[in-house]
Design a protein around this ligand. Structure first.
Ligand SMILES: [Zn+2]
Length: 180
């Protein structure tokens, strides 16, 4: 299940076991494509004061991200906002999401619009083929690096399962055939 990229492999290992293999397969397939772009998962990215994981993310890490661009719940700098999700309300907090960084000639592409265009053009078909949902299609908060598998659970369901300790070996007992 290796992608031959250390931090990507570390982040994949942090995900829920139900999606690890698919995440690795998906990334390997993206990187085997004929495009000149490559994808990786960062284990942290530094947005000034905030570091965060591209795979599993704890609730407190998530809350730190939520604070970006906000004072309390009020947005004071729209450009700085990186998420609308507080701790628990992101699929990252349940190991069911990861963020890809697009790389061109060894450099991360930082421009959000360019990222979105590249992913849509070269990678989206493969992402969907592996059963993932793409954040670039989210209507409430367009999030091009974000890839998740919800298994038809919303984050409130997952929070509830977590609270009720519906777990196996420390992981939420996800039913792959869950029908809402
Ligand atoms: Zn994400």
């Amino acid at each position: 299940m290796s992608t031959r990229h250390k931090t990507t492999d570390e982040e994949i290992a942090s995900l829920h076991p139900k999606i690890r293999r698919q995440a690795a397969n998906c990334i390997n397939e993206l990187n085997n494509s004929q495009s000149r772009y490559r994808v990786q998962i960062s284990n942290k990215w530094k947005n000034k004061e905030i570091e965060s994981h591209g795979g599993y993310r704890s609730n407190s890490e998530q809350n730190n991200l939520y604070k970006k661009g906000r004072k309390g719940d009020t947005v004071i700098n729209k450009k700085a906002v990186v998420t609308n999700a507080k701790g628990g309300k992101s699929y990252h907090n349940h190991g069911l999401a990861f963020d890809i960084s697009v790389i061109e000639n060894g450099e991360y592409i930082k421009d959000g619009d360019k990222n979105k265009q590249i992913i849509e053009k070269y990678f989206l078909k493969t992402i969907k083929k592996h059963g993932f949902e793409w954040g670039g299609e989210f209507k409430d908060f367009c999030d091009p690096p974000h890839i998740q598998k919800s298994f038809n659970y919303d984050t409130d369901d997952l929070i509830e399962m977590d609270k009720n300790n519906e777990k196996l070996n420390g992981y939420l007992q996800i039913d792959e055939n869950n029908k809402k």
